[in-house]
Structures are given as structure tokens and as C-alpha cells.
Ligand binder design. Structure first.
Ligand code: SF4
Ligand code: SF4
Length: 437
């Protein structure tokens, strides 16, 4: 069996670090912030540049493991088809990873599969572990980074639990934070226990990893996962506030252990997903491959909750999915640059957004609203010739409805009234009148 490492924030470790700090006994953490950022940049640079090589090394390594079934999926649709084949109509419990939630779940929902978002179980406001962690004072990033607890053998917990209780009739679909090409070590981060519960109780386990998250070795996999967690913690809590628990929601907690050990899948399935990642390598957007998925860029973005109806896309996802052709424009971004400032990899998302907008303009791919509003002088030229007709039409509810539907101009927006008299003419008349007086 390959090694599976599960990391989570530990209130005991945090308490220890806080009390040491207060008593003046705090030793310098093993990695300073500058060292963390430098090492992380190296790991991500290597993963992006040698993506194909790491993939081949990983496949060779995993070919010697009979208990891991690996499949390469070129697109999210292919990955979803493979998941449906393995899952065979059961409910699917997912973790919060972007690759699962934003790339694969939309495909699965098209087949009316029931998806269980286990985060709602994890973040109960009354959870004593979470409350204790949050009540402790905030630590510097380097201290947070060094305060995680690593569970090294969730596979043994699963084995023991299955032998004793059997399993529950759902499939666990878990996105990985990193996987080591050299030895196949899998690394995952959980905040309070949902991944551990899915892994222990599911009848079948499917892991999904984006090709860009294959790193050179297990040391890099652990480092990357810890970084993802340390830089993303606050963003995650903010995102939780946006997405209140739906009532009622599906949960794995109340499901019975009704599958016998013999009917529980012992092997694990791993899907390595491309979904446009290879195309980024030699493109203007290649820096997106450096992303660790921490969601730090979402933390202070003033408009991220409007990027998608789900409210779950962060700025990196907003530009990535545009590049993949999943949405038509990038007009919501305000170019405030806070996403770049909060990104541990310094990924210049606003600059990519600007370039993408410029390309769209050059290639005539601007949405109708942009075409209309950026060439407003044409509209104005004709409207001022027949202002009565133009003003009547712009106040007409049917026209306003069509404008909202096809050009994305809100029905609440009042259009300026057109006049026959131009400003130039008005000014000239006024000048002449004042001259006469
Ligand atoms: S630059 Fe755009 S994407 Fe980045 S934080 Fe500001 S509004 Fe959000
Ligand atoms: S772009 Fe940067 S901040 Fe955003 S998720 Fe990726 S690594 Fe984190």
C-alpha cells in the first residue's frame, strides 16, 4: 500500500506554541516565512516544469501496486465517467478540494448523482475542537505552518474500522493536495476530521489529483500540503460564512454501517486529471500551474462571491475557468490587486485578467454588453437624431427585459435621456447669448 498522510491543525500544538511565545521560550520555528516561501516557489516551479516527467515516474511507481487502480483523465467529463463507472449510482461524499468541487462535481450533477458536502458536518459552530483552535490567539504563518499534526496511517484506521463495522453505502471522492512522483505518497489536509471519516467509512474510495499537484518526492508533498493549509486557513473560514449550511443537508454521520467487510472495496482508485493543465504549460497563463489551491487570493477579494452563482470560485479559479472556456468574460474583477498580495506564490492574477480582456477585445470576443457600452458613441449618434423614440424605447419594460437577458444590463439601471441638442451646440448657443448680453 502507498503511504497516505493526513494533516490537520492541532489545538494542542497551537496551545503549546502560544504559551511558549507568551513565556518567552519560543524557539525559532524550523522554517521562517522567507524560507517557506522560497522552498514553496522551488517545489511549484519544479512541478509545473516537469509535469509530464513526474506523471510518468508516478505511473511507473504505481504500476507495482496492485491495490491502487490508476486512470488518466484528459477532461473532467472523462473523470466523471470513470467515477460513475466505479461508483455505480451510490451517493458520493466529497471533500472541499477545488479539483473535486469545481471541476468534477458539476459533471456528476448532470447525471443527478447525490453529492454529500461533508464540510457542513465538520464546521458545526459548537464543535469544541474548532472553538478551542479559534479562541487561541492567531499565530504568525511560520508558527501555523509548524503546528500541524500528521496522521501517518489512516489506511490502518480504515482497515480496523472496516474489519469491525463494515462500511457505509457511499463512495468517498477526495481531491489530493499533493502526491509524490517518486514513491506515490499521498498527502491531504483536513481541518477537523471530515476526510478521516470519509476515508474510514466509505464503501469505495476514489482519489483525484490534478497533474500539476504531482511533486518530486514525499518531502515536497508534505511541505506543499502544509503550505496550502497555513496560507488558506483564514480564507477558508471567510468562505464558510458565505456558504451557510443548507437545510436539510445530506450527511454521512447518520448513515448506517450496512455493508459487510467482504463487500467493502479494499483497493483505492486514483484519477490523474489533466483538464487543460498541459495546455497552460507554454501559455501566457503558465503561472497558474504554480497555484497550491490555498484560496488566499479569495480572502480579501471584494467581488469573489459574484464570480459564479455558487459563490465558491476564487480569483485563480475565475481566470483558470475563463481560459478553459467555462465562462465568457472577466468583467467582474476590479483590478484591486489584493489577490496577488495575498498569494504566497505571488501569482499575478490581475495582470493575466487584463491580458485576457485585451485579447478578447482584439479578437472581437467581447460579450454583447461590452460591445454596446464600449461603442456607446455609435448608440448616442443615432439616438440623438430621434431622441423621443430612443427615450421611449429605453423606458419600455420589454426592451429593458431583453437588455437584461441578452446584454446583461440590469433592468434596474436607468438609462440617461437623449437630447437632440448636443453639448457643443448648447455651449455655442450659450456663448452667443452671453456675447449679445
Ligand atoms: S484584482 Fe480582481 S480578482 Fe484580484 S482581488 Fe481584486 S477584484 Fe478580486
Ligand atoms: S492563486 Fe495563490 S492564493 Fe490563490 S489559491 Fe493559488 S496559491 Fe493560493
Amino acid at each position: 500500500m502507498i503511504d497516505i498522510l493526513l494533516m490537520e491543525p492541532s489545538s494542542i500544538n497551537k496551545r503549546r506554541r502560544v504559551s511558549n511565545k507568551l513565556m518567552g521560550h519560543d524557539h525559532a520555528p524550523p522554517f521562517s516565512l522567507a524560507q517557506i516561501l522560497a522552498k514553496l516557489k522551488n517545489i511549484r516551479g519544479d512541478a509545473a516544469e516537469y509535469m509530464d516527467e513526474h506523471y510518468k515516474t508516478l505511473m511507473m511507481k504505481l504500476s507495482t501496486h496492485t491495490d491502487v487502480k490508476v486512470v488518466y483523465a484528459d477532461s473532467a467529463a472523462q473523470a466523471a465517467a470513470e467515477i460513475k463507472r466505479i461508483n455505480n449510482g451510490r451517493q458520493i461524499a466529497v471533500n472541499k478540494s477545488s479539483v473535486v468541487n469545481n471541476e468534477i462535481v458539476p459533471e456528476l450533477l448532470q447525471s443527478n448523482l447525490r453529492i454529500i458536502e461533508t464540510y457542513y458536518d465538520e464546521f458545526k459552530p459548537s464543535d469544541p475542537k474548532l472553538n478551542e483552535y479559534l479562541r487561541l490567539p492567531d499565530l504568525e504563518i511560520d508558527s501555523v505552518f509548524n503546528a500541524f499534526q500528521i496522521t501517518t496511517h489512516p489506511d490502518i484506521s480504515r482497515k480496523n474500522s472496516v474489519a469491525q463495522n463494515g462500511s457505509k453505502d457511499f463512495t468517498g471522492l477526495l481531491g489530493l493536495n499533493a502526491i509524490s512522483a517518486k514513491d506515490g505518497t499521498i498527502s491531504l489536509f483536513q481541518h477537523m476530521g471530515n476526510i478521516g471519516a470519509i476515508y474510514e467509512q466509505a464503501r469505495k474510495i476514489i482519489f483525484v489529483v490534478g497533474m500539476d499537484k504531482i511533486v518530486r518526492n514525499s518531502e515536497d508533498a508534505i511541505f506543499q500540503t502544509k503550505s496550502m493549509a497555513a496560507f488558506g486557513w483564514q480564507a477558508l473560514l471567510k468562505a464558510q460564512k458565505f456558504h451557510n449550511e443548507p437545510t436539510p443537508h445530506l450527511s454521512i454521520k447518520d448513515m448506517p454501517f450496512n455493508i459487510s467487510p467482504a463487500d467493502t472495496d479494499q483497493e483505492i482508485h486514483l484519477i490523474v486529471l489533466n483538464n487543460g493543465r498541459k495546455n497552460l504549460q507554454n501559455s501566457r497563463y503558465k503561472d497558474l500551474l504554480a497555484c497550491i489551491g490555498c484560496r488566499g487570493c479569495m480572502k480579501d477579494c471584494p467581488v469573489s462571491s459574484f464570480f459564479h452563482v455558487s459563490g465558491k470560485w476564487n480569483p485563480k479559479e475565475y481566470i483558470s475557468y475563463y481560459v478553459q472556456g467555462r465562462h465568457p468574460s472577466l468583467d467582474i474583477c476590479l483590478q484591486c490587486k489584493t489577490c496577488q498580495m495575498n498569494c504566497p506564490l505571488d501569482i499575478d492574477i490581475p495582470d493575466m485578467i487584463l491580458d485576457a480582456r485585451a485579447d478578447a477585445m482584439k479578437n472581437g470576443k467581447l460579450p454583447l454588453m461590452h460591445n454596446l457600452l464600449s461603442n456607446f458613441e455609435n448608440i448616442a449618434k443615432w439616438s440623438t437624431k430621434t431622441p423621443y423614440i430612443a427615450n421611449t424605447l429605453s423606458k419600455n419594460n420589454l426592451i429593458r427585459n431583453l437588455g437584461e437577458t441578452f446584454a446583461n444590463v440590469s433592468i434596474k439601471r436607468k438609462m440617461p435621456e437623449f437630447q437632440k441638442l448636443t453639448f457643443e451646440k448648447w455651449f455655442e448657443n450659450r456663448k452667443n447669448k452671453e456675447g449679445r448680453n
